[in-house]
Write a protein that binds this ligand. Structure first.
Ligand code: TXA
Ligand code: MG
Length: 332
């Protein structure tokens, strides 16, 4: 059944209206500094069920729970270890999600049946006001149809979810552009990154004074047989409709090879788009928007230059580019 999706502004009275929708068990898409989220009351099982349904998301892929201040961790997590508190105080509000043991009041529908919960306090003022007005933590995955690139503009949310959710807050474009770093803090002395993002292992190491590494599930190609600690990592996300090919190698040769391939594809009558980024932050900010734009323009093939992933932010962006390209890389 289609519903009439409301488009709300970021003014206070609209945010209060959005909060009422959430309290009544409805779904509202809202901006964060990373990507737009599809929010519902995290403590209401039925709201979480609705989120999975609206996105077409597998129900074993748990949702991130958003809070508006550090102290609210205790409303959702059973334990708040010292190291987790240190990270929260240093980095929140910001693009970091921590996995902690959950309180029994958090419904299984929100955590995909896990006994842990992923928590984050977003940097966006609009997001934090909405959480505060709703007076409940918000479960919010990225506000896209499952498998599509995450939305970094409210228009992306409209194109995926119009008619399926109660409201969209028309906020600013997201400045981060890729989803938050997810860190497993269930063993607080051995933090581990389950999903790379703009908060890097170096930054976490600096705050805690201990080494922080990546989960081994991040190496290699995901498949549905995997049982990674972060269930989301076994799925192939971010697929544009166009076929995407990644090129890696010495910059000059790489550009030559890309334009040669573009010429020959065009000679075959194909629409070809190209993506070349200067640095990791610019790439993070633009990747999902560019993939969606090329789909809208009807591109058949996207040729993209890989980033040197020895640098940590580049590594986070490459995690998404590899998924988008189905792990096919042409070495030059
Ligand atoms: O930046 C973000 O994190 C955005 C915005 C809206 O805040 N949200 C987002 O949510 O990316 P989503 O649902 O698309 O991604 C959630 C990720 C998935 O990979 C999921 O497996 C992991 O977090 N996750 C959630 N709960 C978990 C848990 N208890 N243990 C391990 N991983 C968990
Ligand atoms: Mg997502």
């Amino acid at each position: 059944m289609r519903i009439n999706t409301k488009y709300l502004t970021t003014k206070d009275s609209d945010l209060r209206e959005a909060a009422e929708i959430i309290k009544a068990g409805g779904l509202v898409a809202f901006p964060t500094e990373t990507v737009y989220g599809l929010g519902g009351d995290a403590m209401n099982a039925q709201s979480s069920v609705k989120i999975y349904k609206a996105k077409g998301r597998p129900s074993d892929n748990p949702l991130i729970v958003h809070i508006s201040e550090v102290e609210d961790v205790c409303r959702v997590a059973g334990i708040f270890p010292e190291n987790a508190r240190k990270l929260a105080e240093a980095i929140w509000p910001g693009p970091m999600t921590m996995v902690l043991p959950k309180r029994p009041e958090v419904p299984d529908e929100t955590t995909g049946g896990l006994d842990t919960v992923a928590l984050r306090c977003p940097a966006s003022d609009v997001a934090r006001k909405l959480i505060e007005y709703a007076d409940t933590p918000l479960a919010a995955p990225s506000a896209n149809i499952s498998g599509r690139p995450s939305p970094t503009r409210w228009e992306h949310v409209r194109s995926d979810l119009d008619g399926n959710i109660d409201a969209v807050i028309m906020g600013e474009p997201c400045i981060g552009g890729i989803e938050s770093t997810v860190i497993d803090m269930t063993l607080p002395d051995s933090p581990q990154i389950l999903r790379p993002g703009l908060i890097t292992p170096a930054r976490i190491g600096e705050v805690l004074g201990i080494a922080c590494g990546y989960d081994s599930a991040l190496e290699g190609i995901p498949d549905l047989q995997m049982r990674p600690k972060s269930p989301g990592m076994k799925y192939r996300h971010y697929t544009p409709r166009a076929e995407m090919r990644l090129y890696r190698g010495e910059p000059e040769k790489l550009r030559e090879s890309m334009s040669e391939d573009a010429r020959s594809l065009r000679a075959q009558g194909k629409q070809v788009g190209t993506i070349v980024y200067e640095d990791g932050r610019q790439a993070a900010q633009n990747l999902f928007k560019d993939l969606r734009q090329m789909d809208d323009e009807g591109m058949d093939v996207i040729l993209a230059s890989a980033l040197d992933d020895s640098e940590e932010i580049n590594y986070s962006v490459m995690n998404r580019m590899l998924k988008a390209a189905g792990y096919v890389v042409k070495e030059i």
